[in-house]
Write a protein that binds this ligand. Structure first.
Ligand SMILES: [Zn+2]
Ligand SMILES: [Zn+2]
Length: 346
């Protein structure tokens, strides 16, 4: 089968690989229909995640059709149309039972990381019963792909951890796909002010279309002043950090109001400065989280009801044969005006 294979930092190839087979009775093999590329895949290609071994098939998102199930799989059958969660959950370990399968002792984020992933014609899914979702009839497949990772990530790590409430002033720092996913899901809670901050004007135009009440381009160095002006000098109730660099986490600390919540979503590769000399008395909560994807059923219902339209996040389509082009487009998102790209296995 064809698959996108990581061959060490900076190297990837579309290669012929053996079709995966069942290894454990709880496995399923899924024939991929659609997948996508995540910012995390770009981090892997830069060599930021040394746990990913060369030879690994990348990808942790997508939808497909079940090709084969092990004898221990009871909820799915050959031919079922399924959504693949980026988080593999055994459903039995301490973390899974605490609702935190991101830290599952045998799973968590392993697809396209510790085991082969979804950017291929077929993928093996361990613990299929607790790691796949049946796709409802009439569902739009492209929208379903957004439920594998970015929608639950923006929602769980940003909106839920940030405890967004009606009337809040919310700032989202970073208008990439995950920041925009947080922007879409934050609106389920009716914040009064919804500020999106980025360096890219095109992304800010998109953010405005997606429901931001205010957008700020932070290149001029006046972003703190502008946020304070928009919040009557108080600062925001919730700051969602969706970039993953020290400067943006620092910005969150400057714009957060008393009693506020800083919800970190970004993947940080270096340390940041915590300004406790300013924040110690401000009743601030700072949260971190790896997506658990436990809200996928809730988000699925919300999408099916038309209350959330994640297909707005999709800007480009490619065939699996052209996945290198898809990487080029996604990797040059600013130049290409790209958000999420869909890669289809015909
Ligand atoms: Zn991802
Ligand atoms: Zn587990």
């Amino acid at each position: 089968m064809k698959a996108l294979v990581y061959r060490g930092p900076g190297k990837k190839q579309l290669e012929e690989m053996p079709k995966p087979t069942l290894r454990d009775s709880t496995d399923a093999v899924v024939r991929m229909i659609k997948t996508t590329i995540c910012g995390t895949d770009l981090h892997i290609l830069k060599g930021d995640l040394p746990t990913v071994a060369p030879g690994r098939i990348l990808g942790h998102e997508g939808v497909g059709i079940i090709d084969e199930v092990g004898a221990g799989v009871s909820r799915f059958h050959k031919g079922d149309h399924v959504l693949i969660s980026c988080i593999t959950a055994c459903g039995k370990c301490e973390y899974c039972r605490r609702g935190m399968p991101s830290h599952c002792e045998q799973g968590g984020w392993i697809l396209g990381n510790a085991i082969d992933g979804t950017q291929a014609e077929f993928v093996r899914i361990p613990f299929a019963d607790t790691s796949l979702y049946l796709i409802p009839e009439n569902a739009e497949e492209d929208a379903m792909v957004m439920l594998s990772d970015i929608l639950p990530t923006g929602y769980e790590c940003g909106v839920l951890n940030g405890c967004v409430k009606p009337g809040d002033a919310v700032a989202i720092i970073g208008a990439g796909p995950v920041g925009l996913a947080a922007l879409l899901t934050t609106q389920l809670y009716a914040p009064a002010t919804l500020i999106v901050i980025d360096l890219d004007d095109n992304r800010l135009i998109v953010a405005k279309q997606f429901g931001a009440t205010e957008v700020i381009n932070s290149t001029d160095g006046k972003v703190v002043e502008k946020v304070m002006f928009l919040t009557a000098g108080k600062g925001v109730d919730v700051a969602i950090e969706a970039v993953g660099v020290a400067a943006t986490f620092g910005l969150c600390q400057e714009i957060i109001g008393a009693g506020g919540r800083i919800a970190n979503v970004g993947v940080h590769g270096t340390s940041v400065t915590l300004h406790l000399e300013k924040l110690w008395s401000q009743n601030i909560t700072i949260t971190t989280r790896l997506v658990d994807a436990v809200t996928t059923p809730l988000l699925l219902k919300t999408v099916m009801a038309g209350k959330l339209k994640p297909n707005q996040l999709i800007t480009h389509h490619f065939a699996l044969d052209d996945i290198l082009k898809a990487y080029d487009t996604f990797g040059n998102a600013g130049r290409e005006h790209a958000l999420k790209v869909i890669v289809t296995n015909q």
